[in-house]
Design a protein around this ligand. Sequence first.
Ligand SMILES: Cc1cc2nc3c(=O)[nH]c(=O)nc-3n(C[C@H](O)[C@H](O)[C@H](O)COP(=O)(O)OP(=O)(O)OC[C@H]3O[C@@H](n4cnc5c(N)ncnc54)[C@H](O)[C@@H]3O)c2cc1C
Length: 416
Amino acid sequence: MNDNYDVAVVGAGPAGMMAGIRAADSGAKVVLLEKNERPGRKLLLTGKGRCNLTNAEFDLRKLVENYGPNGKFLFHAFSVFGPKEVRAFFEDLGVETKIERGQRVFPVSDRAEDVLKALIRRLTQNKVDIIYNAEVVRIDASDQRIKKLILKDREITAENYIFCTGGKSYPSTGSSGDGFRWAKNLGHRLKEPSPALVPLKIKEAWVPALQGLSLKNVEMTVFQAGRKEKKEFGECLFTHFGLSGPIVLDLSQKVGELLKRGEVKIMLDLKPALDHAKLDERIQRDFQANQNKSFKNSLADLLPRKLIPVIVKLSRIDPEKKVNHITRTERLGLVQLLKSLEMTPTGPLGFNSAIVTTGGVCLAEIDHRTMKSKIVDNLFFAGEIIDVEGPTGGFNLQICWSTGSLAGQSAAGARK
Ligand SMILES: Cc1cc2nc3c(=O)[nH]c(=O)nc-3n(C[C@H](O)[C@H](O)[C@H](O)COP(=O)(O)OP(=O)(O)OC[C@H]3O[C@@H](n4cnc5c(N)ncnc54)[C@H](O)[C@@H]3O)c2cc1C
């Protein structure tokens, strides 16, 4: 069986679905190929099932700063279809959105499923042929052009092709890195893919006891050899192996890099709103109010219940000591502990637990105005396959919408 299209998009994740919609908007006959039995498996997991679909940073210069040095590559794509346009796009499709802390944009319904359904509706309206259980197994190319896509039971030919196969993280969702392999075989350079936005394993034996504890408004600082390397403020989560949660994910890449050079320390400030002196005053007030209580029963107003036995133990203050017998030195030691709870990361978890993949197809070989390959005449890229990623907060899906939209329009526009 051989089917012929103007544009063939490989991968029905957020980037591929957007690319398919845009290519069809421009009048192209489009096929969208997905190896799973349904589209957007990873999209359904986003934002813990709520889908943080973009970030309401409407100043594009500030927006690109979130993506590090590679962010400049995205400026054009953002200026054509940025966060503002993405919100309007989804609202048009009936997905009302709301803005939460950190300018994170979510559907009002809190359901990633609604985002996915809206995309599928629009693909169907646009008469995009969506083929599921359609794993592309080989790319047939010669003379710097793709000739056809080889699937198990058919071949697909198109004038232009868009690779939207994602990265290598959460491979159970279908993102197994096929596009990286194809791009490399076609002559593209790859920046070695590695897991990013990933939980950290922690050495300290007291950490697993805190499993499930989520702390909001804390500050985490990464140190190496006494030097402050990176700091984040927000929410963290203790797990049976170590740490997760937004600030940990955002620090994970730095920690991974530093660990290649030597030991790394993480300091958790449990009370960043109070400096040492203010926290000491606060503790003195609490002790005053609990004069006759033992130390272990005096911290209920200051700390979450689960954390108290751990802090009591690490403080080395006798748990049974009456608070009015606690010495100034002991109290100042407690302040210090709460301001810099030390942990030793031993490594990030792997691709199975990584929110995104860092690395991918080198930016120097993709035209940022079109997402077209500079190596292969009729190939375009969109989404996580490209060597650019952002922090948590909706920044990664924004890459998919913007590059998907641009690649779709450009691939359709490049028809002869
Ligand atoms: C748990 C989790 C939560 C996340 N939460 C957020 C969030 O709230 N906000 C945010 O901005 N980002 C979030 N992300 C990141 C975001 O999901 C990704 O950046 C995004 O899904 C990448 O989209 P993509 O279209 O490039 O690739 P993918 O979503 O990985 O889609 C690629 C598709 O290609 C298909 N495919 C692969 N190979 C082939 C082949 N050979 N033939 C046919 N099809 C193929 C795959 O099956 C898959 O469906 C989260 C990620 C995870 C894992």
